[in-house]
Design a protein around this ligand. Sequence first.
Ligand SMILES: NC(=O)C1=CN([C@@H]2O[C@H](COP(=O)(O)OP(=O)(O)OC[C@H]3O[C@@H](n4cnc5c(N)ncnc54)[C@H](OP(=O)(O)O)[C@@H]3O)[C@@H](O)[C@H]2O)C=CC1
Ligand SMILES: CC(=O)C(=O)O
Ligand SMILES: [Mg+2]
Length: 761
Amino acid sequence: MPATDKSDRTMTSVTEQEALDFHSQGRPGKLEISPTKPMATQRDLSLAYSPGVAVPVKAIAEDPATAYDYTARGNMVAVISNGTAILGLGNLGALASKPVMEGKSVLFKRFADVDSIDLEVDTENVDEFINCVRFLGPSFGGINLEDIKAPDCFIIEQRLREVMDIPVFHDDQHGTAIIAAAGLINALALTGRDFKTTKLVCNGAGAAAIACIELIKAMGFNPANIILCDTKGVIYKGRTDGMNQWKSAHAVETDRRTLAEAVEGADVFFGLSAKGALSPDMVRSLAPKPIIFAMANPDPEITPEEVAQIRDDAIVATGRSDYPNQVNNVLGFPYIFRGALDVRASTINDAMKIAAAEALASLAKEDVPDDVAAAYQGNRPRFGAQYIIPVPFDPRLISAIPMAVAKAAMETGVARKPIADLNAYGQQLSARRDPIASTLQRIYERVRRQPKRIVFAEGEEVQMMRSAIAYANQQLGTAILLGREEQMRETAEQEGIDLDRPGIQIVNARLSKRVAAYTDYLYARLQRKGYLFRDVQRLINNDRNHFAASMVALGDADGMVTGLTRNYSTALEDVRRCIDAKPGHRVIGVTIALCRGRTVLVADTAVHDMPSAEELADIAEEAAGLAKRLGYMPRVAMLAYSTFGHPSGERSERVREAVKILDRRRVDFEYDGEMAADVALNARVMDQYPFCRLSGTANVLVMPAFHSASISTKMLQELGGSTVIGPLLVGLDKSVQIVSMSAKDSDIVNMAAIAAYNAGT
Ligand SMILES: NC(=O)C1=CN([C@@H]2O[C@H](COP(=O)(O)OP(=O)(O)OC[C@H]3O[C@@H](n4cnc5c(N)ncnc54)[C@H](OP(=O)(O)O)[C@@H]3O)[C@@H](O)[C@H]2O)C=CC1
Ligand SMILES: CC(=O)C(=O)O
Ligand SMILES: [Mg+2]
């Protein structure tokens, strides 16, 4: 890892502007609420609200346990803070803590499919806080307390645990402790140490630190070998200044008084304090092969680069995602609550915490399979100093941790709804993985291994500049911004965008030495299609799409992304003047729709207006090919309004004929039709056609015409709450992707990554 200073590091992973834009773009903030039941008709309203709602009300009043059947309670966790210890930023108040709490809520959903809402409670008074939270029990299956300063957090958590009958879990304490313990188990094993004789110094004696020390002691770490420090130095027996009962419980007999004295010869340093607290001299004074967990956020007690400048025998972990060995509670809280909720645990006890830590530690020692390697940005990790703990995106976590937690809850008698079939539970857990996340991860990982040069054709657009920077920052390759440099720089300056960074190249079409080559190339293609040489010159000089597509066609770039300033079909026409279909292929658009854990590819969403039977068969082949490249086993449904001949009608004829053509072509994927969308997507409806050749519900839908494809995917996005990616252009001889005019930065970066992926990684 190159040596950079701390501020550089912060800036190279994401810029401050990127962080603000990320939070403000679209709907401000990071989460929204969406209903799980239809609310469309009078009947829906009668069921969901009065009078229907009275029935579950009475049922719950009679038997409170039925609240788990009739309401969202069982999968709902509140993330609650008063903002008195926001990360390592200190007491910045309840309101300022909201971005962190929203973030924790979305991580619950993203990683473990736990629904969550953030609640910021505007009081620093412990009793007021407790009184506010204690009455919220009926709303939630669990309470995740966050970023509340010590010692208040200890009192708050203890009292709430006593009065509430659902898990109350202070994440900064126990989440952190579980992850740190897992990392420690592995780091000790790697350095040949054990819990009994290792000497550990923990800087910080707040929420996270006290809980870490308590957990590792509960796991067998020798209490006499742990020294705790805070802002006043070593916490020794007899100290009175700045003490409280929680610190006193860990005070030791020692004549060391400062952190510098404490760390001398220590094997392990835990930092749960503040940025920069561990000095280079202190690092020097640690024992051979020291273990340094600098866990303060967002900036650690010392950076891995700083340690590397001093010694090369250390195992270093931080709380950040942009260094190896991220010891951060994000690895824990989503999965721990998943397991606790699934068995309706009344609490999260030590046995469940230890089980989670051990499961996490074991996972790091396992071989990393292909689909998991994607989460590691292409560097398949092997258990060792740079990989003591899995990354948060590791898709195995959702199976391993909740299972361990649920089992421990059952074994210790706190599970109110024990799981009878643990195998089935394991499968349910894997099904909760977000499928597109792993698909996109795979794409990003492959591109990182073979970075590509992608032209961002509308380089003067602010969104393109931001996306290009994100593309380069994510080490996907070189982002080439096409446009007038002066204009670009002026806009960049106004918007606070720094274009002079590695991975960004600016190409000014008018000044490019390649203009003549591109003009000759395009003229040769268009001269018999009614274009004069000067028409082509104008296209190359004035039109970014023609210039960019010619760059790609002549190998000056590997792929391109465009579409922000022109509608899809116009941009596609521009590109098609410069680039043909791949020999033997047909150019089509495929949209990826993700809804409720399912991914379906819909085609053709871009090119063919009313495809013939032959064209429908081609579309099926192209879409199935893309599905395979994305790692899916295609099951293609040829859609129509009718199913296997009923109702009969001329419009379904083409689709039926397309199926026969696929039969004749003997294609190597599953397909059938014609069928209606519900037959294709609903297993119970499909069962009514036992002769249907699909082995399961379809994951590729070939639409009978462009209008049905376009209308249905747009409806899915707007009404169905689906995430929709695309249309992805498939079948072109060179790699081009066109975004929609309303694309967000993240859409553009995804499309650029897909263009890079298709460019032959
Ligand atoms: N990686 C992870 O997953 C997590 C990391 N953390 C990080 O741990 C840190 C503490 O968080 P938390 O426990 O919630 O906060 P608290 O406010 O509860 O505790 C902070 C503790 O740090 C001590 N401290 C602060 N600055 C220094 C310093 N320069 N030298 C020595 N001690 C210092 C304080 O000392 P005193 O008692 O004297 O005031 C206090 O004991 C934060 O940086 C936070 O981001 C927290 C949770 C999870
Ligand atoms: C990670 C976390 O919860 C913290 O730093 O506070
Ligand atoms: Mg926290």
